[in-house]
Design a binder for this molecule. Sequence first.
Ligand SMILES: Nc1ncnc2c1ncn2[C@@H]1O[C@H](COP(=O)(O)OP(=O)(O)OP(=O)(O)O)[C@@H](O)[C@H]1O
Length: 372
Amino acid sequence: MEPTDEPSAYERDAVSPDAHGDERQLEGALRPRALTEFVGQERVREQLSLVLHSAQRRGRAPDHILMSGGPGLGKTTLAMIIAGELGAPLRITSGPAIERSGDLAAVLSTLQEGEVLFLDEIHRMARPAEEMLYVAMEDFRVDVVVGKGPGATAIPIEIAPFTLVGATTRAGMLPAPLRDRFGFTAHMDFYRPDELELILHRSAGLLGAPIEDDAAREIAGRSRGTPRIANRLLRRVRDYAEVRGDGRLTLETARAALRLYEVDELGMDRLDRAILDVLLRRFRGGPVGLSTLAVSVGEEAETVEVVAEPFLVRSGFLARTPRGRVATPQAWAHMGLTPPPDAAFGAAADVNGSGANGSGGNGTGGQGTARP
Ligand SMILES: Nc1ncnc2c1ncn2[C@@H]1O[C@H](COP(=O)(O)OP(=O)(O)OP(=O)(O)O)[C@@H](O)[C@H]1O
């Protein structure tokens, strides 16, 4: 299925880690503004702080920074913090918005000295623009091609030194020459429940709806290690408390709201359940290829691979093998089904999503991707 810009039914779900509708605006209010306010990702924070401070000491723009990790883990937030810490202006664009090299040239040639350029979904940028970016990153120069065919000439234009902050959910899809031009790669990991609890308390305070500890713990446990999901579930619980309760965010309210939105104890949602259901009932536990699985649940392969799979693999329900996706014994048990005698079980040991076929997921070699 071809990716489109329209949100799919899944993307509108309560636990999709993608932002939808006016959510981006709501998120703005909850974003931490300084590195010290940014919860979790200790190693990334420490590494980043070193990169930024040493650049400041030398009075130069820091090396280009690549951030890799699933949706909703805080890449945009960190890019804003980087610009804030440097006291530099921030320009935001994204791979899909750069369809031709001219689009990129227009952005690059108007950057101010020291500006931070945030390029989200960098892996989706058009190929010719990628080549222009290599030169810009290395030599702070843009070669504008004038004319066509044998008479075409490249006119070099100098651009102001800048720092590129690229973000990708699929670092493996970036061509090596582009990856190599980043001086530092931050691997964003899923958050621990205690970190999500902190985020929830902070966000609830900002929303003017303080949350009780056990309610925050309950929401954190169902947020799939993702701050965006935690914040979204928090807003749904707050709505529920305001309309059906007395406005207090208690454990009881949280449980009732999450039941209403069909978010189970593990944070599993409609798409996860659909994947497991198809995998177990239709494909007898697998192995089955990613695209077949995606078509069977009516979703894009990228959504299945980037959003649902890392969670299912991390939870021990799914394994990636060279022959395809395979359900683990836990998956059969969780769905209350009995595996056929000839079921091909996936190795539950593949808990960090680094699957043998090496495609996508969170096997980035980052920090402890197999967190519970
Ligand atoms: N470490 C954190 N501490 C507090 N809040 C966070 C943290 N990380 C993310 N958030 C919150 O989660 C929401 C989503 O974060 P953000 O937009 O930065 O994610 P993203 O990785 O850029 O997602 P996408 O890849 O979909 O653009 C924001 O509201 C942000 O405030």
